[in-house]
Design a binder for this molecule. Structure first.
Ligand code: ATP
Ligand code: MG
Length: 475
């Protein structure tokens, strides 16, 4: 395909001259004599290069190039300048033009410049493709993460999406279980049918039953009309049973029957209805423990757990943190109408060393808070809510991840220990720093320095004396 070049000059003879030279080399040439004319052409046709004279009545060449890029962001610009006007040439380059061409010029120099510009475009395009390729590898649907554990999850999602197999997702709160469920649905042939999510833990038994199976008119007081259940509504789609471990034993039996017979009856009805729904379940509790204690039926578990997917906690894949941070910065810039460009080394260190009991959701919350409190364009430090930290991570303190170099890994463990230790001390002394320092034998100045370094929100602890010690992080 031959390349398209838009030539803009108020002198008709110059345009004709350039057109002749370019067409002799098989380039496609468009002509305009004014900036506004050129912009109209640009919005209806695509060009590789804009070759514009600097000095034109009305809009000058540089202004035209700037506006052209709003219409065609990838267009390359070459500005023609009068002999000796080096300052406008420099200005053009500064503004992002690929090059400038001094008038008058030999046909040969014009052609060489065009060739060079096209070559550069090709390289830029390759770079863009490469970047896209890398991004594709490091994300899946709305999931972000480059750790090999996330990559293994992407592979699993791809495989399982091609089937109707039931999937059972486990992982701590905020690790992205619902995102994984959606990624499976939207990658499957069911993607144009409903994705219905139901939080089994949030509904009382009878409510859950009518939610799932629907009811007939008059099935119970208040059932003034027939209601379709979620199973029917999700027909040919996917149903996400969240917190499935919380289902009562009665409901477990009913659900098991539906899965065995692939049919259900509405509450108060006796008409069997076919069920064609793919089931994805999730829990952040230890389901094995529930099975062992007799609170969850093992037959139901086997039915639901055809393909298990375990999402590891964020502290076991801290390589994902920088990428997630970049993702959330982009997200909050757009949604909170801010323009944050950087995050300081200190803030990044804080994020890498935190133990993230609330996982990705907590990271999202911490960054949102940082956005609200940051005035400039750099997040300088972050603050972690004390609601959600301390020693819950317990035995995972010594999590060994050999994907991280030894020295970094060691300092992360030491820092996590220090932070958890200081937190416990602050908790015991109700946020009173000097008492906590004295009680633990830490030099008070060191104690203060570390509080700042780890972003411990000790003041809140002071005001929260006697209130509940642990609250789950939620939106
Ligand atoms: N890998 C990820 N990439 C981007 N965003 C993520 C990722 N994992 C989680 N999130 C975000 O974190 C938040 C929590 O995710 P999600 O609701 O899927 O977690 P969950 O495991 O279902 O938590 P819970 O057990 O509390 O229900 C959401 O806002 C989600 O978009
Ligand atoms: Mg969830």
């Amino acid at each position: 395909m031959s390349h398209q070049i838009l030539v803009v000059d108020d002198q008709v003879s110059i345009c004709q001259h350039i057109q002749a030279i370019l067409e002799s080399e098989d380039y496609h040439v468009g002509i305009a004599h004014r900036g506004d004319q050129a912009l109209i052409k640009l919005s209806s046709q695509s060009f590789d290069i804009l070759l514009a004279d600097m000095k034109m009545p009305g809009m000058d060449g540089l202004e035209l190039f700037k506006r052209a890029r709003k219409i065609a962001p990838n267009i390359s610009g070459i500005i023609m300048t009068a002999y000796g006007s080096i300052s406008s040439a420099v200005e053009s380059i500064k503004q992002g033009a690929s090059d400038y061409l001094e008038k008058p010029f030999e046909p040969e120099s014009l052609l060489l410049l065009i060739e060079k510009t096209l070559k550069e475009r090709e390289i830029l395009q390759e770079l863009r493709d490469l970047r896209r390729e890398v991004n594709r590898k490091y994300s899946f649907g709305n999931l972000i993460g480059k750790s090999h554990r996330m990559q293994a999850i992407y592979d699993l999602i791809k495989k399982v999406s091609a089937t109707n197999a039931r999937v059972f997702i486990t992982g701590e709160t905020g690790v992205g279980k619902e995102l994984v469920a959606k990624a499976i649905h939207f990658n499957s042939h069911r993607k144009n049918k409903p994705f219905v999510s139901i939080n089994c833990g949030a509904l009382a038994e009878t409510l859950l039953e009518t939610e799932l199976f629907g009811h007939e008119k008059g099935a119970f007081t208040g059932a003034i009309r027939r209601k379709e259940g979620k199973f029917e509504y999700a027909r040919k789609g996917t149903m996400f049973l969240d917190e499935v471990g919380d289902i009562s034993s009665n409901m477990q039996v009913k659900l098991l029957r539906v899965l065995q017979e692939k049919k259900l009856e509405r509450v108060g009805g006796n008409q069997p209805i076919d069920v064609d729904v793919r089931l994805i379940s999730a829990t952040n509790r230890d389901i094995k423990e529930k099975i062992a204690s007799g609170d969850f039926r093992i037959e139901l578990f086997y039915r639901l757990n055809v393909v298990p997917i375990h999402i590891p906690p964020l502290r076991e894949r801290i390589e994902d943190i920088p990428l997630l941070v970049k993702h959330f910065i982009r997200f909050f810039n757009k949604n909170l109408n801010k323009n944050i460009r950087h995050i300081s080394v200190r803030a990044m260190d804080q994020l890498m060393q935190h133990s993230w009991p609330g996982n990705v959701r907590e990271l999202e919350n911490v960054l949102e808070r940082a956005f609200v409190t940051t005035d400039g364009d750099t997040i300088d430090a972050v603050i972690f809510s004390l609601d959600n930290q301390g020693t819950e991570m317990g035995d995972s303190l010594l999590n060994i991840n050999i994907d991280i170099p030894f020295l970094t890994a060691r300092s992360i463990v030491v820092n996590r220990f220090e932070k958890a230790y200081l937190f416990e001390a602050l908790k015991r002394y109700n946020g009173n720093v000097s008492k906590a320092a004295k009680g633990t034998g830490v030099n008070p100045r060191t104690f203060w320095r570390k509080i700042n370094y780890y972003g411990l929100d000790y003041a809140r602890l002071r005001s929260k004396v006697n209130s509940e010690p642990h609250v789950r992080v939620r939106h």
